[in-house]
Design a protein around this ligand. Structure first.
Ligand code: SAM
Ligand code: SF4
Length: 326
């Protein structure tokens, strides 16, 4: 799958639900969002058929995401179905880890190879406050322990940087990579409809994060762990893990884009942001050929996003990344 700008698209992020058991301050509004109805959601069979239609076109890697994917029943069953599609050789999952201790073993057995876990602070009271749910930190730690026990490697931690909320922990997160074989990725806060004040006031660039780390020890650029994403990785000389930065706002990021997104209600989105999306659910339910729709979505994939810090002009009406899988 080659898009109109010559980029090879071989990675699909599949959102299985728009619901979540947390309300992260940068993602969802505290009261939640109007949820999709059950009949609007793709079934696991339908998701597998869409992946099956894309694999012969060049799809190689899939990530299951959400909302929080583990709030949907038996996601491990879906993982097993996707893992058995011919041509798919990498399956990963993004989670907030709250339910991971119950599911880690089944996910591994089903063929999930890699996990990304969101963790925005190393201080339990902050984790709970940023997630707006008491008890979150303890659940996440149990989830991470279960993931290690199940043999997940690499484990990547996603940290959304926010001034005054967790930017004083940049060094602590980086220090964690010396003790554990974890890959800590700092993510620049992206503006969406639900977080405009926060994104205007609390944005911290990854350039600033790296500058703050330079005083601690030399960070060497490294290839980083296997993955699909736009992160750039560094390592302290004695570290077991790496420090990565994901820079949607401060650096060219789109020119290496390799992905499309499938929302929980079956919209194929060529870009995380913007209005463009192609409905695959209804054509699939009518028994139509999806290949021309997939090819047309590739053809119109935009060159880049047009996000503006602290404004929703570029987000294309997107209220929260939970709606598209992030
Ligand atoms: N619930 C899962 C989780 O939190 O990992 C998967 C879905 S979540 C939408 C995917 C990723 O998007 C998470 O790493 C989250 O931190 C990130 N994210 C959500 N909203 C964001 C925003 N406005 N800017 C930057 N990253 C964001
Ligand atoms: Fe839920 Fe993930 Fe959004 Fe947090 S970032 S509210 S865990 S979907």
């Amino acid at each position: 799958m080659i898009d109109g700008f010559g980029r090879r698209i071989e990675y699909l992020r599949v959102s299985v639900t728009d619901k979540c058991n947390l309300r992260c301050v940068y993602c969802m509004p505290e009261d939640g969002l109007p949820w999709l109805r059950r009949d609007q959601l793709l079934t696991y069979e339908e998701i597998t058929r869409i992946v099956g239609a894309m694999a012969p076109l060049g799809l190689r890697r899939v990530r299951i995401t959400g909302g929080e994917p583990l709030v949907r029943r038996d996601v491990a069953a879906l993982a097993g179905m996707i893992a058995s599609v011919a041509g798919i050789d990498d399956l990963a999952l993004s989670t907030n880890a709250v339910l991971l201790d119950e599911h880690a073993g089944a996910l591994k057995a089903a063929g999930v190879r890699r996990l990304n876990v969101s963790l925005d602070s190393l201080r339990p009271e902050r984790v709970d406050a940023l997630a707006r749910r008491p008890g979150t930190a303890a659940r996440v730690m149990a989830g991470l322990a279960a993931a290690e026990d199940a043999g997940f490697e690499p484990i990547k931690l996603n940290v959304v940087l926010m001034r005054g909320a967790n930017d004083d922990e940049i060094a602590d997160f980086a220090a964690l990579t010396r003790e554990r074989p974890w890959h800590v990725r700092f993510i620049e806060l992206m503006p969406t409809g639900a977080n405009l004040a926060l994104s205007a006031n609390a944005f911290v660039s990854c350039t600033e994060a790296l500058e703050r780390l330079q005083g601690i020890a030399e960070l060497e650029p490294v290839a980083g762990p296997p993955g699909n994403g736009p992160a750039t990785y560094y390592r302290f000389p004695d570290a077991r893990g790496t420090v990565g930065v994901i820079t949607p706002m401060s650096h060219d990021y789109c020119e290496r884009c390799n992905r499309m997104r499938l929302t929980a209600d079956g919209q194929l989105r060529p870009c995380l942001f913007g209005h463009l999306q192609t409905d695959l659910r209804n054509p699939l339910r009518r028994g139509e050929d999806l290949v021309p729709l997939i090819r047309e979505t590739l053809r119109v994939k935009p060159e880049r996003h047009w996000l503006v810090q602290g404004s929703d002009v570029g987000s294309g009406g997107l209220v929260a990344l939970s709606q598209t899988g992030g």
